[in-house]
Design a protein around this ligand. Structure first.
Ligand code: NIG
Ligand code: FE
Length: 411
């Protein structure tokens, strides 16, 4: 199966010889592009691209005329909680009336509210609802996802969530990574015996998750009132023995020490980072850990934004992800995320787009296969509606820039 896209107004995010794991600092502002271009996909992979004046005489099974459109790599959303049982619109109203996210959590709402709903939910219904959400975000340009457990908070329900994620991976044509996040909150029944819950994760849940091959990563919500730096450290040590690398929730509500403990354990990424200062940026500079910003959560919770500009100016490879979840960001809409990143964090459009393409792929260890337009990478591409420039994608907020999606070389 050969698919050829021709007359592309702008082919954005190309890579020729040199392949990068991430794009960092000042390089984030320049996206390599070709004007008036074509791209060929064969067997699900990109097999060539160039300018229309030098289009070889190909036979293609499908030919797509992309006049006026931009073609770019599909979004790689490296942080989501897309498997959940119910919305939390009641808490949304509570927050409008003045309660904080932390206050709602302390009253037994928040993550515990989602856990109660998930415990009651049937696996089939969870799968159907999550599948619907994934189809929605794919229509908005998403071509790879990471999905977390963390609304189970007991062995059976955590495994139930991870099985749903596995089934999504088997059903859908896009790459999906799974993170084990039992350390998302202490269940109410362990409120007075937190140590026993950490032990339950280490001694009972982790072995089963690892034996059944249900997760790629270990996640911990390292935060005041949730899991301490010491808990996080023990959990990540135990996960490493089972082959699970860390990707953690760090520094969302407080400067919790999450960034440094993640880096010490070789985390692939540390995510959120609303509350960071110079020592965190300095530690990130001396590591391969990717700083993943989730401004959709800061937006929805009315918090201050992550210092994206400072991080890019410090030479870091900033990644963006949606955090799609029912509590702090009930949206997996990457075009909207790009708008928030540009307007609120002053990221340039090219910086924001590269943060959720190549750097998003790197944050799920897929940058050899996704995130740029390069020969041999998977042909997961966005063909936009006709538009003048890359900047138009975040500029035209509220509208879907996607005209068509190519997934594994198929429209
Ligand atoms: O990334 N902060 C922790 N976890 C999620 C929110 C989960 C929830 O509120 O349901 C987050 O924001
Ligand atoms: Fe999250």
């Amino acid at each position: 199966m050969r698919s050829l896209i021709t007359n592309i107004h702008l082919l954005a995010g190309i890579e020729n010889g040199d392949r990068r794991r991430v794009v960092s600092g000042a390089d984030m502002a320049s996206m390599r592009c070709l004007k008036d271009a074509w791209v060929l996909a064969e067997g699900g992979l990109i097999t060539g691209f160039g300018t229309m004046d030098a289009l070889p005489d190909f036979h293609a099974d499908t030919q797509i005329d992309a006049s006026g459109s931009i073609v770019l790599p599909a979004w790689c959303d490296s942080h989501t909680h897309i498997v959940f049982a119910a919305a939390r619109d009641g808490e949304f109203v509570d927050r409008i009336r003045g309660l904080s996210y932390a206050e709602i959590a302390a009253r037994g709402g928040g993550i515990l509210n989602s856990a109660n709903k998930l415990n009651e939910a049937d696996e089939e219904a969870l799968f159907d609802a999550a599948l619907h959400r994934v189809h929605q975000v794919m229509a908005q340009g998403t071509g790879a996802l990471e999905i977390k457990s963390g609304y189970g908070l007991n062995t059976e329900s955590e495994l139930k969530m991870l099985r749903v994620i596995r089934r999504l991976r088997e059903t859908l044509p896009i790459p999906i990574r799974a993170s084990f996040l039992a350390a998302h909150a202490y269940p109410a029944s362990y409120r007075n015996n937190k140590e026993a819950y950490v032990k339950l994760i280490i001694d009972e849940m982790l072995p089963r998750v690892a034996d059944e091959g249900l997760a790629d990563y270990m996640d911990v919500f390292c935060e005041e009132g949730f899991f301490s730096v010491d808990d996080t450290s023990r959990l990540l040590d135990a996960a490493a023995l089972r082959g699970l690398k860390p990707k953690i929730h760090a520094n969302q509500l407080h400067n919790s020490g999450g960034v440094q403990v993640g880096i010490r354990h070789g985390a692939i990424s540390v995510d959120h980072l609303e509350c960071v200062a110079e020592p965190e940026l300095e530690a990130l500079k001396h590591s391969d850990t990717i700083p993943t910003l989730l401004p959709g959560a800061a937006y929805f919770l009315g918090m201050h934004y992550q210092p994206a500009r400072q991080m890019i100016d410090a030479g870091l490879p900033v990644c963006l992800a949606t955090d799609y979840n029912p509590g702090s960001c009930p949206s997996g809409n990457v075009p909207l995320l790009l708008n928030i990143a540009c307007t609120q964090m002053k990221m340039l459009p090219e910086e924001a787009i590269q943060a959720v393409t190549l750097n998003g792929a790197a944050a799920i260890e897929l940058s050899t296969q996704l995130g740029t337009i390069a020969v041999g990478k998977t042909a997961n591409l966005i063909i936009t509606r006709p538009m003048p420039s890359l900047a138009y994608i975040p500029y035209d907020f509220g509208n879907n820039p996607v005209g068509r999606m190519m997934i594994k070389g198929r429209i």
